[in-house]
Design a protein around this ligand. Sequence first.
Ligand SMILES: C[S@@+](CC[C@H](N)C(=O)[O-])C[C@H]1O[C@@H](n2cnc3c(N)ncnc32)[C@H](O)[C@@H]1O
Length: 224
Amino acid sequence: MKEFNKIISGNALEVLKEVPSGIIDLAVTDPPYGVRYRDRTGRSVKNDDDLSAVLPVFGELYRAMRPNSYCISFYGWNRVDEFMKAWKDAGFTVAGHIVWTKDYSSRTGVLKYHHEQAYVLAKGRPARPAAPIADVQHWTRTGNRAHPTEKAVESLQPLIKAFSKRGDLVCDPFSGSGSTSVAAALSGRQYLGIELEEKYCAHARQRLAGVNRYLQTRPDALAA
Ligand SMILES: C[S@@+](CC[C@H](N)C(=O)[O-])C[C@H]1O[C@@H](n2cnc3c(N)ncnc32)[C@H](O)[C@@H]1O
């Protein structure tokens, strides 16, 4: 039942209901921040104007996660109270916080915005990573070519390597262009990505097919 390696198109709340309890070893996710983001070309993110269509997913994710496991979730800093309430209502406790520093500002408001952030959440009392990573990391720019808020595989892979082991199932219920699943596959983990927009699912499947072809020619790449 742990043979996943799929990108599933649909609402994560409904899709996760079909996932048996306790089988996800690690969740790494980047939900809509609830900020009505619009990039320079006018692209937006589905449900970024409605956290009530986003936050209930964490309850279903918690159920599907293995006892004593981690969930790492990016979040919008100005909606932190709503994210924190949803995480705690789901059953998570706070285990850590990570800040990525950008060497450019993504926007200017009251401040110049130079960081992204994620909470490390725990279901139960998971073991500490054998090799903990620093809670301040360098941000890698993606250019957002495929998706308006694409995260870099280089930002996600250290999380996956620190908080899971080879063969584990890594889930991202807000998968977008599939960056978490690509990072998981390149780290020898299984993946389950869920995404509302079919066009991003198609893109993610293409990326993962490319990763599979690469790993077939370079099986040694997983050793690193
Ligand atoms: C911030 S983006 C994730 C971007 C991703 N990290 C990447 O690198 O491409 C959030 C994604 O969640 C999707 N989404 C929003 N609500 C959803 C829901 N209820 N179920 C599944 N996907 C959802 C949006 O379509 C969007 O692609």
